[in-house]
Design a protein around this ligand. Sequence first.
Ligand code: G1P
Ligand code: ZN
Length: 542
Amino acid sequence: MQISTIPTTPYTDQKPGTSGLRKKVPVFQQPNYLENFVQSIFDSLEGYQGETLVVGGDGRYYNRQAIQIILKMAAANGFGRVMVGQGGILSTPAVSCIIRKNRAFGGIVLSASHNPAGPNEDFGIKYNISNGGPAPEKVTEAIYAHSKAISQYRILEAGDVDLDRLGTTQLGVMVVEVIDCVTDYAALMESLFDFNRIQQLLTNPSFRMCMDSMHAVTGPYAHALFEGRLGAPAGTVMNGKTLEDFGGGHPDPNLVYAHDLVEILFGDQAPDFGAASDGDGDRNMILGRQFFVTPSDSLAILAANAKLVPGYSSGLSGIARSMPTSQAADRVAERLGIDCYETPTGWKFFGNLLDSDKATLCGEESFGTGSNHIREKDGLWAVLFWLNILAVRQESVEQIVRSHWQTYGRNYYSRHDYEGVDSGRAHQLVDRLRGLNLKGQQYGAYEVEYHDDFSYTDPIDGSISQNQGIRIGFTDGSRIVYRLSGTGTQGATLRLYVESYEPNIAKQSQDTQEALSGLIAIANEVAQIQDYTGRDQPTVIT
Ligand code: G1P
Ligand code: ZN
């Protein structure tokens, strides 16, 4: 087998976003497009000769083709071994777990997360470092710099590897090991949670659970864990077959896109517990019977109940949340006497805090929760954590959440997304907000206490990340945040985040949009959202 050096010319648009490089499939199918990016990843790394790389994806369209290219390029560039999930499948948390367990040099995740899949939909590629987490900005910037100057890539001339057969094969001098996608991950979950107690809960006929894998990557994991190891009845997992187009759906576990599950949990005879995960398995949505748990509340509740779960019973070192995530977790941290960190949006910012044991649990309002067990957010981990709490407390999801609010107060919280708006106008909206001086302004009962563009200094390496979102904070603790998405592939997406705090138990049962209506009106007025987006309604409200 021969190594070829192929001349190429740069593409100018290979700048990784919030979570790797995401583009439409036809963009990735352009000549040398994927090859250029993969070579740029390798060119920005040092010391990987003979080392192990983990490769897998969420099973979406173009996953298998991309993996064949990556395997041959890894062989040509000198990796010693690639561990790849059977059928090319590995959830994002499983990649993180496998990198750590095998002390691999790094990993490549093929996914566009919750974005739709198919020949004309999205594809993505992301590099993870040896701690199992997404590459930090200095690495993604180096990759981008290489992509703009690339003149050649290296690839092994070889036939395709059989991705469906477990075991090892040789690709030149490199070993390819096709591994079961579930085994290592399931063992890690079993080391953290009380599987016996969860099993008792799931085999009790008076408890019913429904897990929606949305035809994406968690199907095999959910079947093996819930219906296999934990004994839940067959049929507990719905949409559990991983499909290249995710069944034509939009595998984003929220109230809008996980509609199959929402109908069941809000219907008659609803089960006790519902959960969904996204395309690559790192997001989660938690539902009780006719009850939605906001991701921000979920983080706070996991933290407040962590002592009930074996893997966390010795206490938490700290909690971290992304800036737009509600401040519910801050109140739990305060009571536990631990630090709460506020980071920019994106899981990569949690890596240093987890590595240095400053935080044990992390979360984002965007349906992401996780801990120091890996360096990605982890959808099924969150589901198991909830099940462990339910098994111990023997209360309903709603009871647990309401009693949490009674103790800590309720943070009403909502996000409004304006998707696919004109990119120029969206940037003008943000630029205009940045230029305003709102401190001290009065809007009805609300007085602006601070107004800034969030900037974060990493407490470990001192790196500074600026322009991470416009914040307007009011004297009563309410907040409005605006930022533009860094994961979209078409136009721009404006995200508006609104939060208020309600300590009064008698006022904790309002509808969220109603409770926040005053602040939402202020948010629309201050940013002139209608004018800039041309929309009078958000695309998605969560
Ligand atoms: C979105 C979420 C963010 C999450 C990211 C990757 O990024 O808002 O919390 O980390 O997806 O799952 P955004 O599109 O807002 O840049
Ligand atoms: Zn995801």
